[in-house]
Design a protein around this ligand. Structure first.
Ligand code: DGL
Length: 295
């Protein structure tokens, strides 16, 4: 039913997708959102594509049962491997992933056309970013690297400490070495030629939490992009196109949302979700706002 007052469903494997929810709230302040973090089964990024598809469909089913008017897949791993299955399953329901908006952001930011993408193992293996960037800019050189440990660090809230710094160094220093010879062996994929990438895509919704330590390693010259803001804009455009945008949000720059506009579901660890999630969302989350669900 084209009823704009219905909520928008958003899901991720954990709290990482709250970075996307934050951008969605800023873009669409009068919407209601239901966010599901599948914390019982995190990480998705180390699982097979079949398993991620199954988990994503179950997470989405729980949101569709709550009568959402659109689904935002705030997880690069699920967007990479499960988007088609989700769209097939729900027919007319708008389903928006983060990979295509992330590719838009990358192509808008790069000058040299040399783009590095970091994500989970499944995202890198699936190649969705590589394809999405090539579609938008066929002459781009893309190098993709799995940085799976960043997910655990972000979920643990260890985002600004020595451990985070050392991990970022280990993953990224070879990739961004000025000397091309040093870049060889940084990944099992072909390395970029003469220059390192000028743009780094945070191709996992957990990674913006580590932006500061990533910045320290890659230096000031590299543009760091994530898909949160571009996904929010894509969501606005799609909802508007379908007549599902709330009238108050039709013009950008509207007033702040009412606090009741968000509700949260988690499949495990409500206390942990509340404690860590607030940092990702940029506002505190009370335990009582979170409902424990089984998928
Ligand atoms: N935050 C998710 C992503 O964007 C997945 C992290 C994980 O569960 O491995 O890929």
């Amino acid at each position: 039913v084209a009823d704009p007052s219905r909520p928008i469903g958003v899901f991720d494997s954990g709290v990482g997708g709250l970075t996307v929810l934050g951008a969605l709230r800023a873009e669409l302040p009068h919407e209601r959102f239901v966010y599901l973090g599948d914390t019982a089964r995190l990480p998705y990024g180390t699982k097979s594509a079949e398993t991620v598809v199954r988990y994503a469909l179950q997470a989405a089913d729980a949101l569709v049962e709550r009568d959402v008017k659109a689904l935002i897949v705030a997880c690069n791993t699920a967007s990479s491997v499960a988007l088609r299955s989700l769209r097939e399953r729900y027919g007319d329901l708008p389903v928006i992933g983060v990979v295509e908006p992330g590719a838009d952001a990358a192509v808008a930011a790069t000058r040299s056309g040399c783009i590095a993408v970091i994500g989970t193992e499944a995202t890198v293996r699936g190649g969705a970013y590589q394809r999405a960037i090539a579609q938008r800019r066929p002459d781009a050189t893309v190098i993709a690297l799995a940085c799976q440990l960043f997910v655990a660090l972000a979920e643990e809230g260890w985002t600004h400490c020595e451990v985070a710094r050392a991990t970022a160094q280990r993953y990224l220093a070879p990739l961004f070495a000025r000397d091309a010879a040093l870049r060889h062996g940084a990944t099992d994929q072909p390395v970029l030629g003469g220059t390192p990438a000028d743009t780094l895509v945070l191709g996992c919704t957990h990674f913006p939490a580590l932006r500061a330590v990533i910045r320290e390693v890659v230096g000031d010259e590299v543009t760091i992009v994530d898909s949160a803001a571009t996904t929010a804009r894509a969501a606005r455009a799609l909802l508007r196109g379908r007549g599902l945008l709330r009238a108050e949000d039709a013009a950008p720059g509207a007033t702040r949302p009412a606090p009741a506009a968000l509700s949260f579901l988690a499949t495990d660890g409500v206390g942990r979700f509340a404690a860590i999630g607030g940092r990702f969302l940029g506002r505190e989350i009370g335990e009582r706002e979170i409902e424990l669900v089984e998928l």
